[in-house]
Design a protein around this ligand. Structure first.
Ligand SMILES: C[S@@+](CC[C@H](N)C(=O)[O-])C[C@H]1O[C@@H](n2cnc3c(N)ncnc32)[C@H](O)[C@@H]1O
Length: 206
């Protein structure tokens, strides 16, 4: 039976689709098999661009093939890199497009080596870089999982990072970051979540 409530990944795709316009720039910080990269490439249109990175050469190659089979390879630049290396240089050739979305799908490559997975330290470093690079109004989407070692600690680290970010904008201010966690509840086991971090328009660095 089909569910009425969307999966976390579907909710993530809907959120980034709402944030993106034709001509925008988006980053896929965990390319994996390239499904999210394809979604982002469709959202930014032919005049937009997507930057994708993954630490695994096999992921970059699989994504490259998948993008080519969808005719989307022209609007995507892939880097074999750790996302904690994300910086302005990645975007330089692609300006003046505004960076509106950075997407993270944490964990390991499905069908790949489960030992190669995201970690809380590099994820938080990459989130920090992402927030600074976003052109407001912009959105960071993070899908977290359970079931592998460190997954719950990584989810909590993302939330802690979000809270610390919010504290930099004390009081009620329109430019304060907004953080939303969407999570299914199961009585008998832990669940992953979708964490959305909005950098509102007119945001000013503290
Ligand atoms: C759950 S998969 C991503 C799924 C993917 N977005 C898709 O649509 O198929 C997580 C990916 O993150 C990659 N990864 C792990 N640590 C990373 C890091 N520090 N920087 C960039 N990619 C990383 C893994 O190699 C893996 O391919």
């Amino acid at each position: 039976m089909a569910h009425l409530l969307r999966s976390l990944l579907e909710q993530a795709h809907e959120a980034v689709a709402l944030a993106l316009r034709d001509g925008d720039l988006a980053i896929d910080a965990t390319v994996g098999n390239g499904h999210d990269t394809i979604h982002l490439a469709n959202c930014v249109g032919a005049s937009g661009h997507v930057i994708g990175c993954d630490v695994q050469p096999i992921a970059i190659e699989l994504a490259r093939q998948r993008l080519a089979s969808h005719g989307l390879d022209d609007r995507v630049t892939l880097f074999e890199s750790n996302h904690d290396q994300m910086n302005k240089k990645w975007l330089e050739k692609l300006t003046p497009r505004p960076l509106r979305v950075v997407m993270f799908n944490l964990g390991y490559l499905p069908g790949g080596d489960h030992a190669i997975r995201t970690t809380k330290r590099t994820t938080v470093d990459a989130l920090e870089a992402s927030y600074a690079l976003l052109d407001p109004p912009g959105l960071i989407s993070v899908v977290t999982y359970v079931g592998h070692r460190g997954a719950e600690a990584e989810r909590l680290a993302v939330l802690e990072w979000g809270k610390a970010l919010e504290r930099q904008w004390p009081g009620v201010r329109a430019d304060r970051p907004r953080i939303l966690e969407s999570r299914f509840h199961h009585a008998d086991h832990e669940t992953g979540s979708l964490i959305l971090i909005e950098r509102p328009a007119a945001s000013v660095s503290p």
